[in-house]
Design a protein around this ligand. Structure first.
Ligand code: B12
Ligand code: SF4
Length: 448
């Protein structure tokens, strides 16, 4: 500032700004005004919630890093057309996801301009992509639209973990505008969670990602549904590099997959399933049809998806592989490399809950201590107990069943199969104390 003043003390723009005096604070907005701005901009529903809301505590540092000074969030909801999302021809459903997603970003941008015109700073983080992939596979999104929409009482997460709007149901995509405007009102609570617990999402999911008891198997969904995105694309590139010849490449990547990859780059990548959204009967707009003719819903919405002959992408030995083979024997299983690979030792332990497989962890229990050294030194305790996983930073007191000591980078190489554990043990670069067979059991719970 000093520099500018010294260089151009009589600049006409500076003189004019000085004579205008400081900008007065903008008049406060009401919830009704913010909703009207959002609906005018094209949203189908909208809310407003303070960044101080207790359910948003985890979001605060990420939001403030994107927009210092932010005070509140405006969540928006845009409807998708249910029949498109339900179609067994999934290119129709994908067009609807992408079209609506694009619209969410456009609507959010219009809200930002309207708030700015009223004197409130505002910005719109992406609906989904592009994300900041420098942090991938750790959190790469700025704000969790689901958490914001739920805190603002626009809907609630159902069994399938998508936000269900009381009227539009699961057929919605979400956006959030971040602003410096202060919220005066607290949103009134939803009368009920729109999820009716019919469990159809769990039945429809080809890889068993939705657990009837409420858990979500992240890697199962990510490995299959997102095959054309992120690490699925990185795998494609690695296959190109590894192939010895055109024929070898064709064996690894059949023509239809190569062409699909081209399509994803030329247009947009396609989700492989999203059946959890497609079959969901919740929400006033679609619920009546289900309530009055359940069998028609099962025949015309659920069955065409579950009976679809399609390739399902799974990691060898994963819960998803056993699920699809058991429940959908008519679907083709294609084994792929695990695509969630931590690139830093600290991320390794954070990623474990996302790639944990319950089936190989059933019927036994053990506590593992990891004491990893070097520039990326980290310590962690991993407890596996009959299908359950707990990861805690540091070494918990008590004797572990297995203690692993190694350089953190070397451990990452062993975990990703770049280095053999036998080689590392023989060179005394990997030190293990306790029951060594537990290392294989551990590896089976996190297949690569
Ligand atoms: C990460 C992400 C995913 C992940 C995880 C999904 C999930 N359940 O959170 C994957 C890649 C699997 C995914 C899949 C899909 N997604 Co998505 N996704 C997101 C994203 C970027 C953040 C989600 C989020 O808030 N997670 C945090 C908490 C709140 O979610 P949670 O369910 O409590 O936590 C689970 C996972 O997130 C995971 N987890 C928790 N912490 C962390 C940390 C890291 C680093 C990672 C990687 C994962 C992770 O474990 C939790 C328990 O299983 C948002 C866009 C955004 N910026 O908000 C879209 C979003 C949630 N996705 C959306 C959609 C539509 C889908 C799909 C239907 C895509 C499709 N067309 O097939 C599927 C549905 C899968 C499902 N049943 O949930 C919509 C949902 C709309 C709605 N009505 O709620 C969103 C909001 C995009 C949008 N702008 O509308 N998605
Ligand atoms: S399909 Fe049924 S159980 Fe699943 S989210 Fe929708 S209403 Fe809830």
């Amino acid at each position: 500032m000093t520099f500018i003043m010294a260089k151009a003390p009589d600049h006409p723009a500076l003189a004019a700004a000085r004579s205008r005096g400081p900008t007065p604070p903008p008049p406060p907005l009401s919830l009704e005004q913010v909703r009207a701005i959002a609906l005018d901009a094209g949203a189908d529903d909208a809310g407003w919630v303070s960044l101080d809301h207790p359910d948003l505590a985890e979001e605060v540092p990420h939001v403030l890093a994107a927009m210092p000074g932010a005070r509140s969030l405006v969540p928006i909801v845009l409807r998708m057309h249910p029949e498109n999302v339900r179609s067994p021809r999934r290119n129709v459903a994908n067009l609807e996801f992408h079209r609506t997603g694009h619209e969410v970003d456009e609507v959010a941008a219009r809200i930002v301009r309207a708030l700015d015109a009223r004197g409130h700073r505002a910005m719109n983080p992406p609906m989904a992509f592009p994300m900041d992939m420098a942090t991938f596979p750790a959190r790469s999104w700025i704000v969790s639209h689901k958490r914001v929409a739920q805190a603002a009482q626009l809907g609630a997460m159902g069994l399938h973990r998508n936000v269900i709007h009381p009227r539009f149901g699961s057929f919605v995509l979400l956006g959030t505008v971040i602003t410096t405007a202060e919220v005066a009102q607290v949103p009134s609570p939803l009368a009920y969670n729109p999820c009716i617990d019919c469990q159809l999402c769990a039945v429809a999911c080809p890889v068993g990602a939705i657990e009837p008891g409420g858990g979500f198997r992240f890697s199962a969904c990510y490995d299959h549904n997102y095959r054309e995105f992120m690490s699925g694309f990185a795998d494609f590139v690695e296959d190109v590099v590894d192939s010895r010849s055109r024929h070898d490449f064709r064996d690894r990547v059949p023509l239809h997959e190569a062409v699909t990859t081209w399509q994803g780059l030329a247009y947009k990548p396609s989700y492989k399933a999203a059946y959890c959204v497609a079959v969901c009967p919740a929400g006033d707009d679609v619920l009546s049809a289900f309530v009055h003719d359940r069998s028609s819903h099962l025949r015309t919405v659920l069955k065409p998806l579950t009976e679809r002959e399609e390739t399902v992408y799974v990691v060898a030995g994963s819960d998803a592989e056993s699920h699809v083979r058991r429940r959908f024997p008519h679907k083709r299983v294609k084994r792929i490399r695990s695509s969630l690979r931590a690139t830093r030792a600290t991320e390794f332990f954070g990623a474990l809950p996302l790639i944990f497989q319950r089936d190989p962890a059933r019927g036994w229990a053990a506590t593992f201590h990891f004491d990893l050294s070097g520039p990326e030194a980290v310590r962690a305790t991993v407890c596996i107990d009959d299908g359950q996983l707990a990861v805690t930073p540091g070494l918990l007191t008590g004797r572990p069943d297995l203690l692993v000591r190694a350089d953190a980078r070397l451990w990452l190489d062993i975990a990703s199969k770049r280095r053999s554990s036998v080689w590392a043990v023989l060179r005394r670069r990997l030190r293990i104390s306790g029951d060594r067979r537990l290392l294989d059991r551990f590896a089976a719970c996190f297949p690569r």
